[in-house]
Ligand binder design. Structure first.
Ligand code: NAI
Length: 286
């Protein structure tokens, strides 16, 4: 039987989530995605209208099939968590069952189990503010959307993950080195995500034989990254200073994720894998 993957955080064909979906599909996996509720309509209609067909082409010439798109908002665990203003917001009212627990239940009902869980989402409302100017709410929102969202996804999906399964998230080196401009508590959120990768590897490994790893990716011009505002500078910096002087493609991160999710990586868990043209290893720019 082929493997089944649930990828949270796909809303267009530019980001890491899309590229990971493609690499997993090319390796024979069935693809389910979780799309942020406010982005759902545009994503689904673009898919239907063939807007992504060019980027759906797999190495063998076939088109990636997405078996099902689930609406998801990973900052809410269940209905009781959803405040009135969101519940009645017109972008949310058109969809249902989009809290983490409900999505896991729906996937269980539709498919029974999954093998691969991918977390490719982040949000920090104050990302463009320095940490020193970040509000408590902004900081906690960054942690909620970017770190706890992974804890919650794994918590709710791990009971339906087959033994030998794997989960993967995306992190950024701002967790461990100073990257001015990556503010709003996003650097803190990535540090939490990396630490949680180790603790969850232990807990999910012992209890469910599920592996937990995170990919520390280099800069990509995704929708989320463009919103931060310094992505072109980071791409130029990497081109200039990394051991491998080429632009990083989303596909390279997708392929590393497919490796980590595969039996080729069956002894790898609790790790941060750099997929960044080696930039992390540099001490000074030359
Ligand atoms: P992206 O814009 O393709 O992906 C982020 C996704 O998160 C979007 O689809 C957005 O709709 C979704 N999202 C935001 N809040 C959500 C919520 N509450 N519930 C559900 N979905 C939500 O951008 P990108 O850059 O591919 O981001 C994917 C991951 O890669 C993130 O964790 C990001 O921090 C990480 N990353 C990105 C780098 C870059 O340079 N683009 C570098 C290193 C890591």
């Amino acid at each position: 039987r082929g493997k089944r993957a649930f990828i949270a955080g796909v809303a267009d064909d530019n980001g890491y989530g899309w590229a990971i979906a493609k690499s997993l599909a090319a390796a024979g996996a069935e693809i389910l995605v979780g799309t942020w509720v406010p982005a759902l309509n545009i994503f689904e209609s673009s898919l239907r209208r063939g807007k992504f067909d060019e980027s759906r082409v797999l190495p063998d010439g076939s088109l990636m099939e997405i078996t099902k798109v689930y609406p998801l908002d990973a900052v809410f665990d269940n209905l009781e968590d959803v405040p009135e203003d969101i519940r009645t917001n017109k972008r949310y009212a058109g969809s249902s069952k989009w809290t983490v627990q409900e999505v896991a239940e729906s996937v269980k009902q539709d498919f029974g189990s999954i093998d691969i869980l991918v977390h490719s989402l982040a949000n920090g409302p104050e990302v463009s503010k320095p940490l020193l100017e970040t509000s408590r709410n902004g900081y906690l929102a960054a942690i909620s959307a970017s770190s706890y969202s992974f804890v919650s996804l794994l918590k709710h999906f791990v009971p339906i993950m087959n033994p030998g399964g794997a989960s993967i998230s995306l992190t950024y080196i701002a967790s461990e080195r100073i990257i001015p401009g990556y503010g709003g508590g996003m650097s803190s959120a990535k540090a939490a995500l990396e630490s949680d990768t180790r603790v969850l590897a232990f807990e999910a490994g012992r209890k469910h034989k599920v592996r937990v790893n995170t990919i520390s990716a280099g800069p990509l011009r995704s929708r989320a990254a463009k919103a931060i505002g310094f992505i072109d500078m980071m791409i130029d910096y990497s081109l200039e200073n990394a051991p491998l002087q080429k632009e990083l493609s989303a596909e390279e991160v997708g392929n590393a994720a497919a490796f980590l999710a595969s039996p080729l990586a069956s002894a790898i868990t609790g790790t941060v894998l750099y997929v960044d043209n080696g930039l992390n290893a540099m001490g000074v720019g030359v």
